[in-house]
Design a protein around this ligand. Sequence first.
Ligand SMILES: Nc1ncnc2c1ncn2[C@@H]1O[C@H](COP(=O)(O)OP(=O)(O)OP(=O)(O)O)[C@@H](O)[C@H]1O
Ligand SMILES: [Zn+2]
Length: 613
Amino acid sequence: MSCRIQNSIQNSLWFLTSSSSSSSYSLAKNGVNNRIRYFPKRLSTSKPSLYCTTRSTTTDSQNNLIGSDSFVLTTPLYYVNAPPHMGSAYTTIAADAIARFQRLMGKKVIFVTGTDEHGEKIANAAADQGSNPKTHCDTISQAYKALWGNLDIAYDKFIRTTDVKHEKIVKEFYSRVLANGDIYKADYEGLYCVNCEEYKDADDLLENDCCPVHLKPCMARKEENYFFALSKYQKQLEDTLAKNPDFVKPSSRLNEVQGWIKSGLKDFSISRSSMDWGIAVPNDPKQTIYVWFDALLGYVSSLLEDDGNPSLQNAISAGWPASVHLIGKDILRFHAVYWPAMLMSAGFSLPKMVFGHGFLTKDGMKMGKSLGNTIEPNELVLKFGPDAVRYFFLREVEFGSDGDYSEERFINIINAHLANTIGNLLNRTLGLLKKNCESILVVDSTVAAKGIEFKETVEKLVKKASVQYEKLALSSACDAVLEIGNAGNVYINERAPWSLFKEGGAASEAAAKDLVIVLEAMRIIAVALSPVTPRLCEKIYTQLGYTEDEFKALTWTETKWGGLKGGQVMAPPEPVFARIETQLPTLDGTEAPKKTKQKKKDKKLQSQNMVEA
Ligand SMILES: Nc1ncnc2c1ncn2[C@@H]1O[C@H](COP(=O)(O)OP(=O)(O)OP(=O)(O)O)[C@@H](O)[C@H]1O
Ligand SMILES: [Zn+2]
C-alpha cells in the first residue's frame, strides 16, 4: 500500500458565542479587534405548524418529517470555482460504487451529486475569467457533468444551487428556521478565507493569518449579518451522537466531531451583506444567504421531481432523510455539526450517516482547486480508461485515510490485478475451452463443483465482499473480489487442464469441468466487481455468453454459485482488459515502470500460455 497517511488538515470555523446575556466579545489577534455586538431582539419566535403529512410523508419519533425509504446517497455539491480534479472525482467514484452496490442489493437508490454555485469564491472566479457568474457556472457545471460521463458515474440527480427550485427550497427552509426563533441579526468582525468561504479562528491560522488549507492570507471583515442560533442545539447534538455513534464515520471522525461540540458551539453567520451573487434573504434583499446554508439544502432540493411544485414537503416526501452523505474530511464540520442543527431547527430528520473520507494528496498537501496541485482525471481516463481510474483509487486508498498518487504504482496495480489476475485468467480459460470444447460448457457449474473446495472459497470471499461494501470499506471489498481471481489462478495452475486434455478420457472430462468451475468464478467476479469496474465486468459477462441487457438486470443474488449451465456457449476469447504498456511521460512526474520488468513478466506469461496451448 503506497498510501501516505498524513495528519488531518483540519478546517476550522469562526464560531460566535450566542449567549443572550453577552453583548460583546473580544477575539483579538495580532491587533485585529474582532468585536461582536448582538441585537437584542429576535426576529421571530413563533413555531411553524407544518408538521402535516402528505401522501408518502410520515414523522419519526421526534415528530420530524421523513419521506420514503429510498437509499439516498450524496456527494458534496462541488464549488464551481474551477473545473473538477481527481479529488472531486474520488468522492464521486466512491459514491457511484456504493450506489451500484446498493442497486444490486435491490434498493431504490437516489444518487445525488451537483454543483455549489453561489458565493464570493465563485463571483471572484468568474471575474478572473472575465466572465459573469451565471455563464461561468454553466461552463464549469457542464465540465463536472462531462467528467462524470467519462468516469461512468450513474447519478440519479444533479442539482445546481442556481436552479430556481433550489432557491425556493432555501427560502422556505430559511423562513422555517426564522419562524422557529433561531435567526437574529448581529455585527461581527473576523478573519475570512474566501476559498473556504468561512470565518476562521485566529488560533488555527498559519503565519500572516494564512489559511492552513489554502495557504492564502485571510481577510479582516466586518459586517452586520443574520446569525443562526447553533449554540441552542449543543445538547441535542451531543445526545444524538451519543445515541447514534454511526452518525459520523469512520469512528476517528466521530471523536473529532464530539470534540468540537464539547468545546462549545457558537452561533454562526448565515448571510452576507457584501456579496450579491447568492440567494436573497427573505424580507431583506440587501443580504444574501451564506453559501453553506444555501448549498447544504441542495441535498433536499435535489429530491424534487422536475415537474412538481418545489416545496419542502414535496422534496422531503421524495426521499428524505439521506442514508449517507459522502464527503471529504475538509467539510465535516458543516455536515456533522451545522447541518444537523439546521435540520433540527426546521423540524426535519437527520441524515443517517455522514462519512468523511481522507484526502488525495500531492507531496503531502491536499490536492485542491485553490492550491492548483491537482491531477486531471480526464487525462487519466483518456490514458488508462475509466475502470482503471476507478479501481486504482478505490482499491489503493483505504476509504477514510489519505493517499498519495503515483503513476508507477497505478500502472503496476492495474496490470497486476485487472490485466493479469482477472483479464488473463478469463482469456486463457476461454482459449482452452474453445480449443478443447468448442466454447461449450460440458456441465452445469453446480455439478462441476461438487465436493470442490475452491467453490467454498469463492462463496466465502463473495460474502466478505458484500459485508465490506455494506460497511463502505471499498478497498477491502475490491481485495475480497480480487482474492477470487487469485484463487482461480491457483486452481487452474494446480489442475493444469491443458495437460489433462492431452491425456484424454476421464482426465479430459475432468479438465472440461475445471474450465466450467473457473468460468463460474469469473462470472461471480463480474457481478461482484461491477460496482467498481462496470465496463470490465460487462465485457466479462458478455464473453460468458450473456447479453448486455442481462448484465444490466443483474442483482447481487447472482453472486450465488450455479449461474453457468451445461450447453451454454461462450463467446470467442478476446482480451477484456489491455495491459498498460506505456512509456509516455507520466502525469505526475514519477517514472513509468521499466520496460525490462514488464518484458520479463510478459515472457513468463507467454511461456505459460504456450504450455497451455
Ligand atoms: N484532495 C482531495 N481528496 C479527496 N477528496 C477531495 C479532494 N479535493 C476535493 N475533494 C472532494 O471535494 C470536496 C470539496 O469540494 P470543493 O469543490 O471545495 O473542492 P476543492 O478542490 O477542495 O476546492 P478548493 O481547493 O477550492 O478548496 C471534498 O469534501 C471532497 O469530497
Ligand atoms: Zn481556506
